[in-house]
Design a protein around this ligand. Structure first.
Ligand code: PBG
Length: 332
């Protein structure tokens, strides 16, 4: 396709006024594209600010339904829950993950009862429950055992589905767990419970504030490179996605977000399935730090990064900025 040369063609023409920019915008961003993560903690009437995530709090179960109601009122269709499990309940094998009365289950059923129209996404992984901070069961050498962990993750997924979770999101990176969870959900008559597979989850330096938020920082022995992906790899991400889809994943998550837009784009083009990004805690903290340092306008940074995910091919973004971004979008 040949293009007319200047001055017949001036690409600035369509940029010259707001009405025209609105007409030619290729990408949209709305509150429906957002998932809002919420941290849950023990106690009542507790709102506990998280130092490394300025503006984000942990909430006690009695206050969590109100947050879900707020999300729905803002047009956010789905929330994601993460527990700050008390230290005393963290064990070598993370048994608390299977307690039907644990923080996650109580929060999930409280929201399910009070706000039936919101989607509830729950992570499946053992790190908020293990004394060593790993996502699975560890052997004598400190290796995370794949198959043994997988069986526990299946039970964890069922416990969460029974409590009312709509989306099971395995974030552990064990091989084979999507198929095993899908089979168990079908067998237990949860055909409509979705699986959003963290198919491409990288061993990243951007997870620091999250580990603070769930109380697992300082606990972690070693690192997670034996199961999370190497940031050097992209083809391997496509193999991960292909496997998870074949095993029954409904949607795909790429994590972290902004440093991995190339992965999002390649997954979207190759598989044509709904792809979500997790704009992780370290990304959130970087934007907040930049804004606090006067290096950029917070609201503009938030909306530009979220739009970038949409442009790369995301159906939606899991972001700690969800409620703030929804308010900005609703005010325009
Ligand atoms: C653990 C999990 C992590 C995050 C979500 N689920 C941390 C990790 O893998 O160590 C990080 C999210 C964030 O940084 O916001 N299964």
């Amino acid at each position: 396709m040949s293009q007319a040369p200047f001055p017949a063609l001036r690409l600035r023409r369509t940029r010259s006024a707001p009405w025209s920019r609105a007409m030619v915008a290729e990408t949209t961003l709305s509150p429906a594209n957002l998932i809002w993560p919420l941290f849950v903690t023990e106690g009542s009437q507790v709102e506990e600010p998280i130092a490394t995530l300025p503006g984000v709090s942990r909430w006690s179960v009695d206050l969590i339904a109100a947050r879900a109601r707020e999300a729905l009122a803002l047009g956010i269709p789905c929330i994601a829950l993460f527990p700050n499990t008390p230290r005393a309940l963290r064990t070598e094998r993370g048994e608390e993950a299977l307690n039907a009365d644990n923080l996650m289950c109580r929060a999930t059923s409280a929201i399910r009862d009070a706000v039936p129209d919101i989607g509830i996404l729950t992570d499946v992984a053992l790190d908020p429950y293990t004394a060593h901070g790993h996502d699975g069961i560890v052997d004598d050498q400190g290796r995370v055992l794949n198959d043994e962990t997988m069986h526990v993750l299946v039970e964890q997924a069922l416990v969460l589905a029974r409590a009312g979770a709509n989306i099971i999101a395995p974030s552990d990176m064990m091989d084979g767990r999507v198929g095993a969870i899908r089979a168990a959900l079908e067998a237990e008559n949860f055909p409509d419970v979705q699986i959003m597979a963290y198919a491409a989850k990288y061993a990243s330096a951007f997870y620091g504030p999250f580990r603070d938020a769930v109380g697992s920082s300082g606990l972690l022995k070693g690192d997670k490179r034996g199961y999370q992906m190497d940031p050097a790899n992209a083809e391997e991400a496509l193999r991960e996605v292909a496997l998870d889809l074949a095993e029954g994943a409904d949607t795909i998550m790429v994590k972290p977000g902004l440093p991995y837009l190339d992965i999002i784009r390649r997954v979207k083009e190759r598989f044509e399935v709904p792809v979500f990004a997790y704009q992780v805690s370290g990304e959130y903290a970087m934007i907040e730090a930049a804004a606090a340092a006067g290096a950029g306008d917070r609201d503009a940074l938030v909306l530009e990064t979220l739009l970038a995910f949409r442009r790369a091919g995301c159906a939606g973004v899991l972001t700690y900025h969800a409620a703030h971004a929804a308010r900005l979008l609703n005010a325009r």
